[in-house]
Design a protein around this ligand. Structure first.
Ligand SMILES: [Zn+2]
Length: 276
């Protein structure tokens, strides 16, 4: 990239309409604190998410793979219901989200949460990993944390920024173009595209705190990722791992943060109110 382009791109970024720096969450005990640059509103992203989710669940229903096992659905719902109230520690508005979770009968190790609290977990994750309730709480806590931090909105903003900077520099793209198909962009960044290491660390740390506050053993995040890593040793690694880069560092970080939130877990188990 030449110097002239860099200057032009920087000038374009400065001129982008609606670009704002936000803090999506409070720090909690784990202390996640990073400013995020957004170029699209939460409302627009949530509208896209709602549309994409409804479409995907409709397709799952048609294929006969939606919530086939009522007992398993209830088990997952009970776990997410315990986690959700604790999202208030990180952001007050999350309590008003229209949270939803479905179990999809697909032999794939995967789970996700779209912006605004639209979740799914695949039977492949539960069955192949032999996931315990604590481990399901760990994976859903992690996915919920991506939504709380609005990582999808941030990643879409980055995509739009690149597109628009290139557009202004080369007069190739119109501004309106980036705003098209927001629903498919949301689905794509949530389900298909790899997360950055920064986003993963944030989701890991907030995730263990959510689990601990809800009375799930935060150390289950460690066993979950160990089981996940084992899956990748024989043949095709789970898609979940390709969208969630795995590192030894991650296990070490999870272990340290599980330790940090252990008092919250103890307090939740003891039935007393956990302090912030
Ligand atoms: Zn993740």
């Amino acid at each position: 990239m030449n110097r002239k382009f860099l200057v032009t791109a920087a000038a374009a970024a400065a001129l982008l309409p609606g670009c704002q720096t936000v803090e999506t969450t409070q720090g909690g005990t784990v202390g996640v604190d990073r400013e995020q640059r957004m170029m699209v509103s939460s409302q627009e992203v949530e509208a896209g998410s709602k549309q994409a989710y409804a479409q995907m669940m409709g397709e799952a229903q048609k294929k006969g793979v939606l919530d086939k096992d009522p007992a398993l659905l209830k088990r997952v719902q009970d776990i997410t219901k315990r986690l959700i109230p604790h999202t208030a520690v990180f952001r007050a508005d999350a309590a008003k989200w229209t949270w939803e979770v479905h179990v999809i009968s697909v032999d794939e190790v995967n789970a996700w949460c779209m912006p605004g609290g639209k979740m799914a977990i695949y039977t492949g994750l539960i069955q192949k990993l032999g996931a315990t309730d604590d481990e399901i709480a760990a994976v859903m806590g992690h996915e919920i944390s991506h939504a709380l931090r609005e990582h999808a909105r941030e990643r879409i903003s980055r995509q739009m920024g690149t597109q628009m900077a290139v557009g202004i520099a080369g007069a190739l793209f119109g501004i309106g173009e980036a705003g098209q198909n927001l629903g498919s962009m949301v689905a794509n960044v949530t389900i298909n595209l790899p997360n950055s290491r920064t986003h993963e660390v944030e989701a890991d740390r907030i995730g263990v705190e959510l689990a601990a506050r809800a009375g799930f053993d935060p150390k289950a995040a460690v066993t979950l990722w160990e089981k996940m890593a084992k899956q990748s040793s024989g043949g095709q690694p789970p898609k979940f791992l390709s969208t969630h880069p795995s590192h030894e560092d991650r296990i070490n970080d999870l272990r340290a943060y599980a330790e940090k939130v252990a008092p919250l877990y103890a307090a939740a188990k003891g039935g007393s109110a956990a302090g912030r």
